[in-house]
Design a binder for this molecule. Structure first.
Ligand code: ZN
Length: 222
């Protein structure tokens, strides 16, 4: 289900946008441990309590994630000393606010005001000038891709979340139904019918489960 990058830190990058990859640093949201069908659950996952798995457990985790996400430039500029407990706490608050807004949007219910305020506070926290960038010859208004400080990087995540939540892109926010996954992602497929975080992971697992059920059924009726 996840890509291992270093012992104890497993990030996934199928969100399609930095703010969704960031939300996915907490895995298996809203799912219980007793969900069936996730043979890859590790003992480390189980330490997260209610079936969710937390991958940003200390400041060094956040520093590593920001660097690997390419949100800090140059990547080597981010060290342990730059990310302290306060920044981690603020980052987790932002992450949960984005998740709350994404989850409410997918469920077509009202987004709580406090989630919007948290995102807005982070957008205001750091000056970064959006600028036009040519994409396939078309000018698109974009924030910078990377910042020089952890707070700046978190502000960019907030801007990214605002672009998703505050525009028609919100119609393409999805939550993977895979047991043990529940990954958030942007459906960028032409028909807007992408169901799984990744066909190679949850999609194939679902197909295998359907085959198993079909085989069971066939065995039971023969
Ligand atoms: Zn999935």
């Amino acid at each position: 289900m996840v890509l291992m990058t270093s012992p104890g830190r497993r990030w996934v990058w199928y969100g399609g946008r930095p703010s969704l990859d960031f939300v996915n640093t907490r895995r298996n949201r809203g799912a219980g441990l007793r969900d069936a069908g996730h043979g890859d659950r590790t003992a480390w996952d189980r330490t997260a309590g209610d079936g969710e798995a937390e991958y940003l457990r200390e400041p060094a985790d956040l520093a590593a994630w920001l660097a690997e996400a390419g949100l800090i430039t140059p990547p080597a500029a981010i060290g342990r000393s730059l990310v302290d407990g306060d920044i981690l706490a603020g980052a987790l608050a932002l992450r949960e606010a984005v998740n709350t807004a994404v989850t409410a949007t997918v469920a077509a219910v009202s987004v709580p005001d406090r989630a919007v305020r948290c995102v807005n506070d982070w957008i205001a926290a750091e000056p970064h000038r959006p600028a036009l960038r040519l994409e396939a010859g078309m000018p698109v208004l974009r924030a910078p891709r990377a910042a020089r400080t952890p707070r700046g990087a978190l502000a960019l995540i907030a801007v990214d979340a605002a672009e998703l939540l505050g525009t028609g892109l919100r119609e393409r926010l999805r939550i993977c139904p895979g047991p043990g996954c529940r990954g958030r992602f942007l459906d960028d497929s032409p028909a807007a019918r992408r169901r799984w975080c990744s066909m190679a992971v949850c999609g194939n697992r679902s197909k295998a489960a359907v085959h198993r059920q079909a085989a069971h059924a066939a065995a039971g009726t023969s």
